[in-house]
Design a protein around this ligand. Structure first.
Ligand SMILES: Cc1cc2nc3c(=O)[nH]c(=O)nc-3n(C[C@H](O)[C@H](O)[C@H](O)COP(=O)(O)OP(=O)(O)OC[C@H]3O[C@@H](n4cnc5c(N)ncnc54)[C@H](O)[C@@H]3O)c2cc1C
Ligand code: SF4
Length: 327
């Protein structure tokens, strides 16, 4: 496998970046740490002639309890004691991304925008050619759910569920200006594994903002994967909340690694506020979340197994987040 030639641009300001994005419309990708994009390029997946590197743009760096620059390296976020203390669910998730080597190069922005995955897609050109390719790259059909309309590739980032559970927002900048949206609105619930985000053409993810009341939420991130030292999530459950003795003051549960976008379940957790979160309520909540998610057979573990693990992981994550711990 080799990298085909491309032209590399290294702007030094956000304005210049957005200007380049406008002039190269549709012919470029942004490059952050490259740990996801460049392996895909080596497999000749969705190549562009131009890459716009984000590593020289000061505005994309910097971290505080309330704002994390998109170009912050995962390893630096993981090692930050203030972040670890304020956001246990984020600390858990950071420690679960890939390997220390990938986290030394991979960035926050790249992780939130990591390509969706499928075992018919993350393959060499020749492997994919032997099947006639697929909808997501070079072909016109899906091999997972045979039809020609929709891709079921899975969102496989670990940080999105954790940051969803913390009510994070994202700052975006593009040719049409700047905006800030809730992180949940970045993922396209109406889309699929190809149309996976609501980013407008040329938009850059500038930073992640955390609300003042997110710090101090108790939380855990529980990840199912085949090889614990290395693999993408087959399921990732993030929980963050506050408890007043046995009663819930606030509870967020977000799940990734199952469908083309991560999901939060406020419609199920909001009614629990003020109630004692006993084993029965936790079990009912966990089963209902499991019923609402539909894994397909596009990752290593069978979908039925992944679906049955959803309530198990939700129960564990909530039990370990409570002030009095697991039963
Ligand atoms: C062996 C291996 C194992 C892995 N395991 C995991 C895992 O367990 N969990 C996990 O979450 N990930 C995993 N990854 C995926 C990936 O490496 C990480 O998610 C990493 O955080 C991606 O960041 P990056 O900076 O390298 O992104 P890049 O590869 O540079 O970019 C990824 C995508 O995001 C876009 N992008 C990046 N930054 C921006 C921005 N600021 N604005 C707009 N677009 C942007 C790029 O154009 C590209 O489409 C793994 C990767 C490898 C190689
Ligand atoms: S889900 Fe279907 S279209 Fe999407 S990557 Fe897999 S095989 Fe291709």
């Amino acid at each position: 496998m080799h990298l085909d030639p491309f032209e590399l641009h290294r702007p030094t300001s956000l304005e210049a970046t957005v200007g380049l994005a406008r002039s190269l419309a549709g012919r470029f990708n942004y490059l952050a740490g490259g740990t996801d994009l460049l392996p895909n390029y080596k497999m000749h997946i969705n190549l562009r002639d131009h890459l716009i590197a984000l590593d020289r743009i000061p505005e994309l760096y910097g971290r505080s309890e309330r704002r994390l620059g998109a170009m912050e390296r995962l390893a630096d976020l993981e090692a930050d004691p203030a972040l670890r203390a304020a956001y246990p669910v984020l600390a858990d998730a950071l420690g679960e991304v890939a390997t220390p080597l990938v986290r030394a190069s991979g960035t926050l922005g790249g992780n939130l925008l990591v390509e969706t995955r499928c075992f018919f897609f993350n393959q060499s050109y020749f492997w994919r050619a032997s099947l006639g390719f697929c909808l997501k790259a070079d072909g016109d059909r899906c091999h997972v759910v045979p039809q020609k309309e929709r891709c079921y590739a899975t969102h496989s980032g670990d940080l999105a569920p954790a940051l969803l559970a913390l009510d994070a927002s994202v700052e975006l900048a593009g040719p049409d200006g700047r905006r800030t949206i809730p992180l949940g609105a970045l993922y396209d619930a109406e889309g699929d594994g190809i149309r996976r985000t609501t980013l407008r053409p040329g938009e850059v993810l500038v930073a992640v903002d955390l609300p003042a009341d997110a710090a101090g939420r108790r939380g855990r991130y529980k990840k199912l994967r085949v090889r614990p030292s290395y693999d993408f999530p087959e399921l990732g459950v993030a929980v963050a909340g506050r408890w007043d003795d046995a009663r819930v003051d606030e509870l967020r549960v977000a799940v990734g690694g199952v469908e083309p976008f991560p999901r939060r379940f406020d419609e199920l957790t909001d009614p629990l506020v003020g109630a004692p979160l006993d084993a029965g309520r936790i079990a009912t909540l966990a089963e209902e979340i499991g019923r609402r998610l539909r894994p397909v057979h596009n990752t290593f573990l069978l979908p039925d197994y992944r679906r049955r693990m959803i309530p198990v992981y939700v129960r564990r994550a909530i039990a370990e987040s409570r002030p009095w711990g697991p039963p």
